[in-house]
Design a protein around this ligand. Structure first.
Ligand code: URA
Length: 464
């Protein structure tokens, strides 16, 4: 097989055979195919696409490029949840404890921030002491003893995706449905869960900005998951504004604690109950075969709506908060921060984004808000950057909210932008520049916009 022939074939709209795809991935990982040829192939795939068979073969080849986690020693049905990325997305920190409070084991490997999106692992690390790296046997033991563990994704999982993602990032080939679907599903399949719920975000803060492309991506991923014998359901969720009010690591953890106390922003609660409800529905009815589910009500197959009711109940009765505390403590975190969130340190500089006209917030460029939080120090521009856990944004006004000139639209928390020793005057100057730019990242109109639901569509295997 000559790589140049495969590139030409794909460039001209041809289909790659299974053997060609498998050999290409294994030779790339072994260093036999150089980055410049793989970059060219990625662009050819970006332009010409792939059919379902090619996407599935690519996914499985990437999955098999590294370690496969075997979760079978943990009794019960293991359900994974994955978001395609968004701004202010702290759902894993809420859903994990809700689901674990039902007795459904949560063995979760999460990622770090990527571009404009934040990462669950970074958010957990803003809780002093919390360890996101555990040896595999401790990960398993924590799930067995506490019903939940959340750690960072091992570098051994789907290394082909790691290498290809880095290449896509610098070759303008991220936004390709076959490449996103295979990237996400290779990691999900390698992580070993029995069933998968996918949160496919749609809108100005998502990889998929329109619903048709999001639906297409969701269908491809659902087909791959079900084809690989893992029941997979995708939920299309609204990302036309940051989820909740908080963007940035310890700001988001404080919001998580609010939601676990039964308070917090309605959009975030709605998305969490929907995703947790779907996970509970998928896990239900398996109690008799596994004996692992502790909640009696889960012994029979439950609908998605019934799952949502149970999820709401785990917040209302405080059991999700208890489970969250247990998780933090089990992984070395200081639970006094959970009991008293005012202990989290605050950014060294703050200012306000002020409304300059009257009307209703009719558009939020969510990606710009995500990038702004990164510029303040909440994200990384290089792998070496040190995140400032205090940096970020609190949105006081969201889509559809009425504003008057002089109202505070958002509070901006200026952080050290990747370098802990950054002097205060530099932090302040950067914060003011970010705030100035954010004036262009939302629109105020005289007409009140329609409110849209947070859950846009649900796609199951039978729908494809
Ligand atoms: N998240 C991933 O893991 N991969 C992609 O390609 C896009 C989002």
């Amino acid at each position: 097989m000559r790589m140049v022939d495969l590139i030409i074939k794909k460039r001209d709209g041809g289909e790659l055979t299974d053997d060609e795809i498998q050999e290409m991935i294994s030779r790339y990982i072994s260093g036999d195919i150089p980055d410049y040829q793989m970059s060219s192939m990625l662009m050819a795939i970006y332009n010409s696409g792939m059919n379902d068979r090619e996407i599935t073969t690519l996914t499985l080849a990437m999955r098999d490029s590294g370690e496969l986690v075997d979760l079978s020693p943990i009794p019960g049905i293991k359900i994974d949840k994955h978001s395609t990325g968004g701004v202010g997305d702290k759902t894993t920190m809420i859903i994990g404890p809700i689901v674990a409070a039902c007795g459904i084991p949560v063995a979760k490997m999460s990622g770090r921030g990527l571009g404009f999106t934040g990462g669950t692992v970074d958010k957990f690390e803003s809780i002093p002491g919390y360890r996101t790296t555990l040896p595999m046997e401790d990960f398993f033991r924590t799930v067995r003893e506490h019903g939940i563990s959340v750690i960072g994704q091992s570098g051994e999982l789907a290394p082909a995706d790691k290498a290809l993602y880095a290449l896509r990032d610098v070759t303008g080939t991220i936004e390709s449905i076959p490449l996103i679907a295979s990237s996400i599903m290779s990691k999900k399949l390698a992580a070993g869960a029995d069933k998968i719920v996918l949160d496919v975000t749609v809108g100005s803060g998502a990889f998929m900005q329109d619903i048709d492309r999001a639906r297409e991506l969701a269908k491809r991923m659902v087909a791959i998951g079900n084809g690989a014998g893992r029941e997979t359901v995708a939920m299309l969720t609204n990302m036309n504004q940051p989820l909740g009010h908080a963007i940035g690591n310890n700001l988001e953890v404080k919001e998580v604690i609010e939601v676990l106390h039964g308070r917090g922003p309605e959009d975030l609660r709605e998305v969490c109950f929907a995703l947790a409800g779907m996970m509970i529905s998928l896990a239900s009815g398996a109690a008799n075969t596994t004996g692992a589910l502790t909640d009696e009500s889960l012994a029979h197959k439950l609908s998605y709506e019934q799952g949502m009711e149970i999820a709401r109940g785990k917040i209302a009765d405080g059991s999700a908060l208890v489970k969250f505390r247990e998780l933090i403590s089990a992984q070395g975190g200081d639970v006094s921060y959970i009991d008293d969130p005012s202990k989290f340190s605050t950014a060294p500089a703050q200012c306000e984004l002020i409304a300059e006209s009257d009307g209703y917030i009719s558009m939020i460029n969510t990606m710009e808000f995500g990038l702004a939080a990164g510029r303040l120090g909440a994200g990384r521009t290089t792998k070496e950057d040190v995140i400032d856990m205090r940096a970020g944004i609190i949105m006081h006004k969201k889509l559809g909210d009425e504003v008057h000139t002089g109202d505070v639209v958002a509070t901006i928390y200026g952080g050290s932008q990747g370098c802990p020793d950054r002097p205060l005057d530099v932090i302040e100057e950067n914060m003011r520049a970010v705030t100035e730019d954010l004036k262009q990242a939302y629109t105020v109109s005289s007409a009140e916009p329609d409110r849209i639901s947070e859950i846009l569509e649900i796609i199951r295997g039978g729908d494809i």
